[in-house]
Design a protein around this ligand. Sequence first.
Ligand SMILES: [Zn+2]
Length: 258
Amino acid sequence: MKETMALAKANAKKFLRNYGIQKPGRVDVVALANLESIYVQKGKPGEALGRICYSGGEGVITISGDVSLESQKRFIIAHELGHYCNEFSGRELFYICHSEYLYNPFMKNIHEHEANEFATELLMPEEWFITLVKKKPLSKKLLDEITGCFGVGLSAIAMRYAEFGDYPAGFIFVTDGKVRWCKFNPSFPFGYVPIGTKVSNFSYAFEFFEGKEIPDEPENILADAWFLNDRNYKKDFFIKELVIPMPNYQSAMVMVWS
Ligand SMILES: [Zn+2]
């Protein structure tokens, strides 16, 4: 799997290089799709988040009518371009991509993983990302800066930061009070939260799902909030936590670091 992921990343780098995109910033994914004779259209509400259909030298990417956030649209277009660049072999290509295929590091489907890897590299090339976050403390301000620079949403940033960030950190994505996925930098002391775990009342995420006000600055919390099942669990160990509400998805992104 590692090899095919490296190939997906290399495909994204090549795609940017082919179009002479060298300056860090917001990549115009619609223009890139158009240059490949792939047109982007809005679909109906209730449809899968993204679809790509390519045949006879041209294609269409359809974004669900439910998608309103620009950052999410950009990620979906980049993901569909990933299917095209990773897998098109001269014949037809057709993919229907549901919300659980995007971002989720635990998903089993390799082609969806590769499309996400391509999208992440296309929107936030590794070198540009590392330069932007270097020696900057992890904070809401930094996340806003990354969003402003690359036009990506929190989930995509979380994936990338867990891979290349300067600080030992982790990200836990919680929907309706339960852990949906998580990703941790290898240097973070903990790395395991069972999927489906209910949010503990040691975490500020608990307050968020209770509809209460939560701090918008990091707070010190006990590691018990998330890592009771981790093999490195330690009693009375404090970590920093910042809960970022994502009300459009009935979710919150929980950022933890030591
Ligand atoms: Zn897909």
